[in-house]
Write a protein that binds this ligand. Structure first.
Ligand code: M6R
Length: 622
């Protein structure tokens, strides 16, 4: 977790670093710091706990820190509490890391990732005279680079390469060396980092939004590569220290995509971007009335050969897998199991050799999902990834990639990326159903029409937001909320419940409606809110009965159904309707009111919607 940035050029570095960090704050926001060099002067380090604005205030939005070369960091604590001492940058010298001002150290650095063998390395460095002021693994990493730098005296790239051979774990690391003013050195393994260049300047960042304002020309640095950046230039090196050519990529996202654009929060903006995200994703895979997955190298023959699909993902992406499990089995008749990536890798995988392992990930960097992908590849399974961030590690390592076209998602709580992932899974399902001869040509065309109608129906669902806002205000002080449903409705409940709890901090659970009576119903008491997702016609009555069982024990009932199912109103206290749609795809509509409910509840409680406590957008630790 954490976000890192770097800049070297002719402009003042500090405001650019602060701006870049503000676009990465979603990655961590418990402390922040920057180090800036003014020509050949020593680096000045400033750190602050809490949100980035504390750091910005401290340095007068950058004006108090002159210099045109610097690095910055926004932290999500892993090793050590979120204190000023543990905040980055860290330095190679033995001085206290909390000091602000010029640092005497030879190496100053920021890091995103986790070093696994840090204890062994700390002992080695302690024996060599190093002292540690912080609880972080990052300080060990920087002192290890310093150790090799001084021992072999060959230069920064050599020292970084020796460090890479010695450490276990993940890192995106950016360093400034006292002897190399105007230059930044960086390296990565399993944590994201991109390098941007423009006329007379060079940048590095954990993610694209931090660079969009300055350049769209980026390099994706590979695992175990290092890079030297100086104004207008980037030079890449392999582990032997040999310079390697890397392709320059043009980013197509525009800068506005990473701004709030008049909305109060990124989350509500991204909720409203869902029609576009779904439309763009569908259009990238449906050409001239036919599904075309050739961009991902997927052929009908491959889809015919698959004997089973194992979807591995985390959080909301796993919830997409749960929806897909129902619809793929129903339409394409392929056995599908959606599994949490963090569980998948620690079990004996008794899978048919013709199983496709399908990883779903917005960021393409989630550590558990990446580890699961690697296990699957090691064992020889074919792999497909559905990813939003172009060039991310999962996208690069999977055999096949289908990109969602949601644009940058900034709010920690995912909305538009979730909807785009669902859309991609629908397309894959329909094509698999066709390729395997499970649906007729006519049904195929019908499903495509249904899919292409989704963006407009999502837009219509959004029009009903005032009612949900009102309901959220009424229930903002709830203690427990249950989301229940059957089949696809259960899978949607999982996501609705996560949206509620992660940003409103209200305890909520999603339950398969029929399971409540096997234990959980004992938690229902006077006023408990039970939300029933009721879009699946043949299952609806049964879920309504389960809701009635809760009502009999004092629950207040909200029903979420589609227009036409008006009898629901007779059984529940409050009803929300979404447009009618094919039952396989209606989850894309049902999720919208639940996203809005989570959002408005968080707003009514006065919470930090976009940056909820204890969370970070991209979870790069296991
Ligand atoms: O980037 P990924 O899609 O791999 O992230 C997986 C989860 O961490 C993510 O979906 C998380 O659950 C959401 N931010 C919740 O809204």
């Amino acid at each position: 977790m954490c976000g890192i940035v770097g800049y070297t050029g002719t402009e003042a570095a500090a405001p650019i670093l602060l701006d870049g960090l503000s676009k990465l704050e979603y990655r961590g926001y418990d402390s922040a710091g920057i180090a800036v060099r003014n020509g050949t002067a020593l680096a000045e380090v400033v750190k602050a706990t809490g949100k980035l604005r504390n750091l910005a205030e401290k340095i007068d939005n950058g004006a108090a820190l002159p210099g045109s070369c610097g690095i910055g960091h926004t932290r999500w604590a892993t090793h050590g509490e979120p204190t000023k001492i543990n905040a980055h940058p860290h330095v190679s010298g033995n001085a206290t890391g909390s000091a602000s001002g010029p640092v005497e150290s030879d190496v100053v650095g920021v890091h995103n990732g986790i070093i696994e063998n840090y204890e062994e390395l700390r002992d080695k460095l302690t024996r060599n005279g190093y002292r540690f002021y912080s609880d972080t693994d990052t300080e060990i990493l920087i002192k290890l680079v310093d150790y090799y730098y001084k021992k072999y005296k060959i230069g920064p790239i050599d020292a970084i390469n020796r460090m890479m051979v010695r450490v276990r774990g993940s890192y995106a690391l950016a360093l400034m060396f006292r002897d190399y003013p105007g230059e930044i050195y960086a390296a990565r393994k399993d944590s994201p980092m991109i390098i941007g260049v423009s006329e007379g300047a060079a940048y590095l960042a954990s993610d694209v939004p931090a660079l969009l304002k300055y350049t769209r020309q980026v390099y994706y640095i590979d695992n175990h590569q290092s890079v030297r950046i100086l104004p207008g230039e980037a030079h890449f090196f392999d582990l032997n220290g040999d310079e390697v050519d890397m392709p320059l990529t043009e980013i197509t996202w525009n800068a506005e995509a990473a701004e709030k654009d008049g909305f109060e929060h990124f989350m509500i903006k991204e909720i409203h971007e869902q029609p576009k995200a779904v439309r763009d994703t569908l259009n990238s895979m449906i050409k001239e009335g036919q599904i075309d997955l050739s961009g991902a190298g997927l052929t009908d023959e491959m889809l015919q050969k698959i004997r089973a699909i194992r979807i591995v993902a985390c959080g909301s992406a796993w919830h997409v897998g749960m929806v897909s499990q129902y619809i793929m089995e129903d339409l394409a008749e392929i056995p599908v199991r959606a599994e949490l990536a963090s569980e998948f890798r620690y079990r004996k995988l008794l899978m048919d050799p013709d199983t496709l392992v399908l990883v779903i990930s917005q960021s393409g960097e989630t550590a558990d999902s990446l580890a699961a992908l690697r296990v699957a590849k090691e064992k020889g399974y074919a792999t497909l990834a559905i990813v939003n961030v172009v060039g991310s590690t999962i996208a690069r390592e999977a055999d096949h990639v289908l990109y969602t076209v949601a644009g940058p998602e900034i709010a920690v709580a995912t909305t538009k990326a979730y909807s785009a992932q669902l859309a991609a899974m629908y397309v894959l399902t329909v094509q698999a159903a066709k390729a395997r001869g499970r649906i007729s040509e006519e049904a195929y065309r019908g499903y495509l029409e249904e899919l292409q109608a989704l963006p407009e129906k999502i837009a219509r669902t959004l029009e009903d937001k005032e009612r949900i806002q009102w309901f959220a205000a009424k229930y903002a002080n709830a203690h427990d909320i249950f989301f229940i449903g059957r089949g696809v409705d259960y899978a949607i409940s999982l996501e609705g419940s996560l949206k509620m709890k992660e940003i409103s901090y209200i305890h909520s659970e999603a339950y398969a409606a029929g399971e409540m009576k096997h234990g959980t119903i004992s938690l229902v008491e006077d006023g408990t809110l039970v939300i029933g997702v009721l879009t699946q016609k043949e299952l609806l009555e049964k879920t309504v009965s389960n809701m009635a069982e809760c009502k009999a024990r004092g629950a207040y009932l909200m029903g979420l159904t589609s227009y036409g199912n008006y009898s629901v109103e007779d059984s529940v206290n409050f009803t929300i309707y979404v447009p009618k749609a094919d039952p396989h795809f209606i989850g894309s509509l049902a999720i919208v009111p639940l996203q809005l409910l989570g959002y408005y509840t968080s707003v009514a409680r006065g919470l930090d919607v976009d940056q909820p406590r204890n969370l970070a957008k991209s979870v790069t630790v296991e």
